[in-house]
Ligand binder design. Structure first.
Ligand SMILES: [Zn+2]
Length: 122
């Protein structure tokens, strides 16, 4: 069994790594995750689950932290399908990230109604 010191040392190092990643994202101009209107819970959950496949536990942890800090859980809303997590807040069409390979970093755009979300995402 791990010692208390080992456990807590790992948590501290992990938290430091989370902070470094968040700092990098702020420098890139990303933010807005604490705004529940601009950044719905279900989208954060979808972004977190996308990170499982991408492979970096720090990214998973940061999305989990955001949900936790907002007082929200990691389960989708009852009426929410994961496929619709990126739906346009105006017309419910699927929004498109400007870069599919880097969904959590780039602006989102709705091709149906022109809704644009330049800074609402972490
Ligand atoms: Zn739209």
């Amino acid at each position: 069994m791990e010692s208390k010191e080992f456990d807590e040392s790992c948590v501290d190092q992990f938290a430091s790594a989370m902070k470094r990643k968040l700092a990098k994202k702020r420098e890139e101009g990303r933010g807005g995750w604490s705004n529940k209107e601009d950044c719905p819970k279900d989208r954060l959950i979808k972004m977190m689950s996308d990170q499982f496949d991408k492979g970096d536990p720090i990214n998973v942890a940061n999305f989990a932290m955001m949900l936790w800090a907002r007082g929200e859980g990691t389960a989708y809303s009852k009426d929410q399908s994961p496929e619709q997590a990126y739906a346009c807040p105006e017309c419910r069409s699927d929004m498109t990230p400007s870069d599919e390979a880097d969904r959590e970093l780039k602006p989102w755009y709705c091709h149906e109604c022109g809704f644009n979300e330049p800074e609402a995402l972490p």
